[in-house]
Design a protein. Structure first.
Ligand SMILES: Cc1ncc(C[n+]2csc(CCOP(=O)(O)OP(=O)(O)O)c2C)c(N)n1
Ligand SMILES: [Mg+2]
Length: 402
């Protein structure tokens, strides 16, 4: 068997040209520029290569931006009030996430890291579905078994988030390989942070995708921090984009706060991965304006001035200006969307926290076809324990103490 494979492997070995110049290639020989379309004032140059976009889709993207901002603001407040246990905002990164989601088709698979709930919303996840997940109630698609923001939806081709960093990256190579083997006209987009790109899984996943030639779009949100670690301590090279070349795939760097540029590169990346049946890497340069999570306090590792500089670059504000210039939206319309979402989210929080938690018996389901004896014993012990300390086990999540 091995002997049969050998001649093919040898014939595919590429011999680089020889040289008499003893030159060590330097890391700064290639610096990847940042593709951008939309100015901070919300205008685009005359010759700009805009994405394929009509007014209806642009309004849907704007709606999603506004929803995400209000959801993040309200749910962080709910966490502070002790109504939910944990939260993570997408603040400052709305354009990177929504622009890329809008550059895909619904049949494409998404594997996220955790800060990309806006992509799920763009695909149609309803406000009430978001609430069921965050309150871990009996209607949660994940049956209340995950921390808040660990969403997933089979119907929307959005694979469930897992907390260990980087696991989605080799999985995305595998999902796309399956799409290729099944001859599907669909690709896989994998989100990850620049911090996760230091995980071994990043390197395994990128190499696997390139070697197997899978239609995967690797989408790095380079938001300048991995919790408290700034990019200056994360890597020594020119960010994440050039790593694509090392693995043998095309790469591009894009202004992650420019929703039009992100959408344009994602549309082109999608066309490339489908037609070439091969992977591609996008690095979106942005900034995590909020804390890492509700458990983090950034004042210990960065200045307020730095945050304010980026807060002023609000990517949603930039997109709103473009929509207004183009007369695709009015200020009144935008104000109305904001008002409606504030009311809707507040009402849904109240509603979701009054819904019972999943029945305790479901806790041992879905691993084995029939729960094993040792799981049944553990469940019986748990029930005895809950009976003894009922005050510590509320029937709804709304009474979790902070
Ligand atoms: C394997 C593993 N190591 C460490 C952590 C803890 N952790 C959670 S998020 C995070 C930072 C990730 O940063 P980045 O990938 O840049 O994403 P961002 O939070 O900036 O969106 C770390 C270290 C983890 N969840 N899993
Ligand atoms: Mg980061």
């Amino acid at each position: 068997m091995t002997q049969g494979l050998q001649p093919q492997a040898v014939s595919k070995l590429k011999r680089p040209p020889s040289t008499q110049s003893c030159h060590f290639s330097q890391p700064n020989e290639i610096v990847i520029p940042t593709f951008t379309l939309l100015s901070k004032e919300g205008s685009v140059a005359d010759h700009a290569q805009l994405p394929k976009l009509d007014q209806e889709q642009a309004l849907r993207m704007l709606d999603c931006c506004i929803f995400t901002q209000i959801l993040d603001e309200r749910m962080l407040a709910s966490q502070r009030q002790g109504r939910i246990s944990f939260y993570m905002t997408c603040t400052g990164e709305e354009a990177a996430v929504i622009g890329s989601a809008a550059g895909l088709e619904p049949c494409d698979m998404i594997l996220g890291q955790y800060r990309e709930h806006a992509a799920l919303r763009y695909r149609g996840f309803s406000t009430v579905q978001f609430m069921h997940q965050m309150f871990s109630n009996e209607h949660d698609l994940g049956k209340g078994r995950q921390m808040p923001i660990h969403y997933g939806s089979k119907d929307l081709n959005y694979q469930t988030i897992s907390s260990p960093l980087g696991t989605q990256i080799p999985q995305a190579a595998g999902v796309a390989y399956a799409q290729k083997l099944k001859d599907e006209q669909a690709c896989t987009l994998c989100y990850f942070g620049e911090g996760a790109a230091s995980e071994g899984d990043f390197h395994a996943g990128m190499n696997m995708a390139a070697a197997l030639q899978t239609p995967t779009i690797f989408f790095c949100r380079n938001n300048a921090y991995a919790i408290s670690t700034p990019v200056s301590e994360q890597y020594a090279g020119d960010g994440i984009a050039p790593r694509g070349m090392a693995y043998g795939m095309p790469c591009i760097r894009v202004d992650g706060n420019d929703i039009l540029a992100v959408m344009a590169v994602t549309q082109q990346a999608r066309a490339y991965v489908l037609s070439h049946q091969a992977p591609i890497l996008i690095e979106a340069m942005t900034y995590r304006v909020g804390a890492h999570s509700s458990s983090d306090d950034p004042t210990g590792y960065r200045s307020k001035e730095e945050e304010d500089t980026w807060r002023a670059e609000d990517p949603v504000g930039r997109f709103k200006l473009w929509m207004l210039h183009k007369k695709w939206a009015t200020s009144e319309q935008i104000a109305q969307i904001e008002q409606d979402y504030k009311a809707e989210i507040l009402a849904q929080v109240k509603q979701a926290e009054s819904i019972p938690l999943p029945h305790i018996d479901t806790i041992i389901e879905d691993v084995y076809q029939d729960p094993s004896e040792h799981l049944k014993e553990q469940l019986a012990d748990l029930k005895k324990h809950i009976k003894k300390y009922p005050q510590d086990y509320p029937k709804t999540s709304g009474r979790i103490s902070s």
